[in-house]
Design a protein around this ligand. Structure first.
Ligand SMILES: [Fe+2]
Ligand SMILES: [Fe+2]
Length: 331
């Protein structure tokens, strides 16, 4: 017989023992076989089968029969498999959408705790208790960069509004976008309070880290929509509640008229449950293949780095700048 079974191929039990003396097994298909003592005893066969209640490769099975040749073990495994008494373990080609997302969420949570939650911006926000603990320019800068981000939200939401592979997902995204549209206007109301106009903002550019985040999301939305969907839950405050920033701003005594529109935006996210949009989307996705999982894991590292850089740069730039607006004519 040709040796078609490799040492690394895994097998598991596909039958149950119905009698030990004589040794009779019944396969999952309902066929019964009596396994007689031959080159190995019925007891040896029984313990071999018993070990296969867990997945084992051929090399492991050979170690259970140290006095038999490799060829013999291969032939034995082949015969047991041909009759359906054991079966090869076929690696899964994927997992359900929700299963896939939970793994990506675990990974992104771990990375967020290692990086973003420890960056200067968030540490200072969580420690701030009194005026001066966070420079006022950082609070204003955060709203300016958020405005730039939301002003460009159509760059990265638009490509998935026509998501063809799944109608439920497309409808959920369209509903979400309808709720999102115009949120930059809310933040503009805050900025108007400190004398910054729409016209002023039209002549400024965001920080490079803000633009990097926008451009990356737009690229993923165009070219890797499934990965893009995983980022929405984080961006919409599944883990980082915008309240943490708001709470800090209120604690250090920032003018409540300035904060009111920012709070209105945060409340829309909370009430609209935008943070759970990603779970809603992935619950509609039947399967995510292994190759896509590998790609999403890698991109999750990159996305969290970009997100961390966004907040870190808000702190670094606005805590030291003399001017709030990065005017094009002055750059
Ligand atoms: Fe929004
Ligand atoms: Fe939102």
């Amino acid at each position: 017989m040709d040796q078609i079974i490799s040492e690394s191929r895994k097998f598991c039990l596909n039958s149950s023992v119905v009698s030990h003396t004589p040794l009779i097994v019944r396969t999952a298909a309902g066929d019964e076989f009596e396994l007689e003592t031959g080159a190995i005893t019925a007891d040896e066969t029984a313990s071999l089968l018993n070990s296969l209640t867990e997945e084992r490769d051929v090399a492991q099975l050979a170690s259970l029969l140290p006095t038999r040749s490799t060829e013999y073990v291969h032939t034995l495994v082949d015969h047991l498999a041909v009759h359906g008494i054991i079966r090869p373990v076929v690696p899964s080609i994927g997992r359900t959408g929700l299963d896939a997302l939970l793994e990506i969420e675990d990974l992104s949570n771990r990375l967020l705790y290692q990086t973003l939650y420890r960056n200067e911006f968030w540490i200072n926000c969580s420690n701030a208790t009194k005026p001066g603990d966070i420079p006022q320019s950082v609070i204003y800068g955060m709203v300016i960069e958020n405005y730039h981000f939301l002003f460009r939200e159509s760059y990265f939401d638009a490509p998935v509004l026509s998501y063809v592979p799944n109608t439920d997902v497309r409808l959920a995204m369209n509903e979400f976008f309808a709720e999102e549209y115009g949120h930059d206007e809310l933040l503009l109301k805050s900025l108007n309070q400190i004398g910054i106009s729409r016209e002023d903002l039209a002549h400024t550019v965001p920080l490079p880290q803000t633009m990097a985040l926008c451009n990356s999301l737009a690229y993923w939305s165009h070219n890797d929509p499934l990965f893009f969907f995983t980022t929405l839950g984080i961006l919409e405050g599944k883990d980082i509640r915008q309240d943490s920033f708001l709470d800090a701003a209120y604690r250090i005594g920032i003018d409540s008229d300035f904060l009111k529109p920012v709070k209105a935006h945060s409340d829309i996210n909370l009430q609209g449950e935008h943070g759970s949009l990603t779970r809603k989307i992935f619950s509609k996705i039947p399967v995510v293949d292994n190759e896509t999982m590998r790609r999403m894991r890698a991109l999750t590292h990159l996305f969290i780095e970009l997100y961390d850089a966004f907040y870190s740069s808000v702190w670094q730039h606005y805590s030291s700048t003399g001017e709030l607006l990065r005017r094009i004519d002055k750059l």
